[in-house]
Design a protein around this ligand. Structure first.
Ligand code: FAD
Length: 409
């Protein structure tokens, strides 16, 4: 079925992938082929991933046995969606959005793990690499044979990274020498390369480099004791006189403006994650209140519980409508900082309320890993803060509205 036809046809009730959590049938924007790929992902997540989640979350480890099978599902540029287009652009944005939604609806760490490669690293290469570099690297990014992570945040600079970035790059002939530290870098321990952002001491501009994870001078330490996204591994990275050849510099990154172009795309992905988390939490809560009985009746029969269900559904539906519309705008080539910042800010705000309500209607069981709502509730806090905190995204929107920058640096 063509995309144009799919857009006009409601999805037949029997064949819908998303039931009540897609209240206004955004799924009808997908083609049959796209829905088939997502159905394959759904089957894998239900059968292979779901049974492992609580245990690995508690252990604070990523279930590595899921990594290769997830790659083998061929989700990034699925063959049946005819691969990357002639202009090098990826599969349709709406498919990519629903792929993130599907992963996050099952687990936020799985969605973050997949998006580290398919979103962050791929975007770094798509925006930052020269045409020749892309020809060499992009196929390997797509089939995961070159695994990479996005290393921007530093121990002393998170929100103010644009002005505060202090990792340095010093040129010695054809080699650049990197010194500094990076913090919170997701998936670094299992990556082949780290896309490291550093300030070139010659011109003071931010540049980007692909650094071999095992290069001399690179030290990785796992961040322990996290209370959110426990399955996803984050690293503190030290770079001490790390030597990188000029050929491993991303040739199209010449200032922080180029990094900002990357962040614009990534924030939309996180808005989809925040939406998927809400769907997963809402569905788990709905199941719970249907099964659990108090006062001789199902919890779901009480008016006060139904009000909470309605609020959760309202939040999921608002978020999904927002990310779908954002994705449609981007498909037309409209990319503005404030658009993705608004979506990340608003879906994350709604996510916080949705997961709290889901946890609430599950009572005491809502704080145990036995009920999925507890995992979503905890994990949401990390998603709320990464890829631009609420305040930073609000300031980006505020700047666009008033023409005044309220950032102080
Ligand atoms: C689980 C996880 C995974 C991550 N993965 C990656 C990754 O893969 N790669 C990467 O580069 N980074 C990653 N990050 C880093 C993430 O992007 C930062 O945590 C985020 O940008 C916030 O920075 P910070 O934690 O240093 O907080 P800070 O910047 O210290 O902010 C602390 C608080 O102060 C507020 N604040 C700061 N400035 C202002 C202001 N001007 N006005 C009002 N309020 C302000 C913030 O909104 C926040 O509430 C990850 C973070 C987490 C938690």
């Amino acid at each position: 079925m063509s995309a144009a036809t799919a857009e006009q046809t409601p999805t037949a009730e029997k064949t819908r992938l998303y039931g009540v959590c897609d209240y206004y049938d955004a799924e009808s924007l997908l083609t049959e082929d796209e829905r088939r790929v997502l159905g394959r992902l759904r089957e894998f997540l239900d059968r292979e991933a779901q049974p492992l989640l609580a245990e690995y979350w508690e252990r604070g480890e990523f279930p590595q046995q899921l990594a290769q099978p997830l790659v083998d599902l061929d989700l990034m540029e699925p063959a049946e969606l005819s691969g990357p287009r002639a202009d090098g652009s990826p599969a349709r944005g709406i498919y990519q959005g629903f792929r993130i939604f599907e992963l996050a609806r099952t687990d936020a760490s799985l969605a973050t793990w997949y998006t580290a490669q398919a979103g962050l690293f791929r975007t770094a290469i798509r925006v930052g690499a020269s045409a020749d570099q892309q020809t060499e690297w992009m196929p390997k990014v797509i089939d995961f044979s070159l695994k990479g992570v996005f290393s921007l945040t530093e121990p002393d600079s998170g929100s103010d990274i644009a002005g505060g970035l202090s990792t340095t790059a010093r040129r010695e002939g054809d080699t650049l020498v990197l010194d500094g530290a990076k913090r919170w870098i997701g998936g670094a321990a299992t990556a082949d390369v780290l896309a490291v952002f550093a300030r070139d001491v010659t011109d003071g501009q931010v540049k980007a480099f692909l650094v071999d994870r095992e290069a001399d001078g690179v030290t990785l330490e796992k961040i322990h004791g996290k209370t959110a996204l426990r399955m996803m591994q984050n690293a503190h990275i030290t770079l001490d006189g790390v030597r990188v050849h000029e050929s491993m510099r991303l040739h199209n990154v010449n200032s922080f403006r180029d990094v900002a172009a990357m962040l614009r795309a990534m924030r939309s992905d996180v808005a989809w994650i925040a939406t998927g988390i809400q769907a997963g939490a809402f569905e788990a809560a709905l199941r719970y209140v249907t099964e659990r009985r108090q006062f001789g009746r199902p919890l779901g029969s009480f008016q006060l519980v139904q009000e909470k269900l309605a609020r959760m559904l309202g939040n999921v539906t608002s978020s999904l409508s927002l990310v779908v519309r954002l994705t449609e705008q981007q498909a037309k080539g409209i990319y503005r900082d404030q658009d993705s910042a608004l979506a990340k800010m608003q879906t994350s705000l709604l996510m916080r309320e949705t997961v709290a309500l889901a946890r609430e209607v599950a009572g005491g069981n809502g704080i145990t890993l036995e009920s999925d709502v507890a995992r979503f509730h905890a994990d949401a806090e990390a998603v709320y803060s990464y890829e631009g905190t609420h305040e930073i995204n609000a300031l980006i929107v505020g700047r666009a509205l008033t023409g005044e920058s309220a950032f102080t640096r």
